[in-house]
Ligand binder design. Structure first.
Ligand SMILES: [Zn+2]
Length: 141
C-alpha cells in the first residue's frame, strides 16, 4: 500500500526505533507512547484488521509480544503488560504492547466510572440476555 505509514516503516523507507524484525513482522517503538517502551508489533504485509491476519502471522505477532512483555517486566519492574489491537490511527493491523504501571494505563470509560483510584465493575446483564448474546456470537463462529 503506497500511502500506508506502517508499510513504509516495514519497507524501511520511513525510520523507526526497531525492537525486533524478521521476514514477516516488525516491532518498533510507538511514536506517541502511553508509557516508556510502548511498542507496536506489525505484520510486514498490509492487512487492515487483525482478524484478517493469517493464523501463523497472528501467532508470530503474539509470540513476539510475549518476548517483549517478558523484557518489559524485567526492565520496568511491572507486574503486567497489556497486548491489544484497536484499529485506530493507522489502517494497518498493529498490536500494542504496553508496560502497565497503573491499572488504567489502557482502560475503558466503563472501568473509570469511579475515577482513577478505582476500577469500576460495569453492571451485569440479565442471565437470559447473556444467553442470547452468547448464542448470537456462537452461531456466527
Ligand atoms: Zn500497510
Amino acid at each position: 500500500m503506497e500511502n500506508c505509514l506502517f508499510c513504509k516503516i516495514a519497507a524501511g523507507t520511513l525510520p523507526a526505533h526497531k525492537i525486533y524484525e524478521d521476514e514477516h513482522i516488525l516491532a518498533f517503538l510507538d511514536l506517541h507512547p502511553i508509557r516508556e517502551g510502548h511498542t507496536l508489533v506489525i505484520p510486514k504485509a498490509h492487512h487492515v484488521w487483525f482478524e484478517d491476519l493469517p493464523e501463523p502471522l497472528a501467532t508470530r505477532i503474539t509470540s513476539c509480544a510475549q518476548k517483549i512483555a517478558r523484557a518489559m517486566k524485567t526492565l520496568y519492574q511491572v507486574e503486567r503488560v497489556s497486548l491489544f489491537y484497536t484499529g485506530i490511527h493507522v489502517p494497518h493491523a498493529h498490536a500494542h504492547v504496553v508496560p502497565m504501571h497503573h491499572v488504567h494505563d489502557v482502560t475503558s470509560a466503563a472501568y473509570l466510572q469511579e475515577g482513577l483510584d478505582h476500577f469500576a465493575t460495569p453492571p451485569q446483564l440479565a442471565p437470559d440476555q447473556m444467553g442470547e448474546i452468547a448464542k448470537s456470537l456462537r452461531t456466527r463462529l
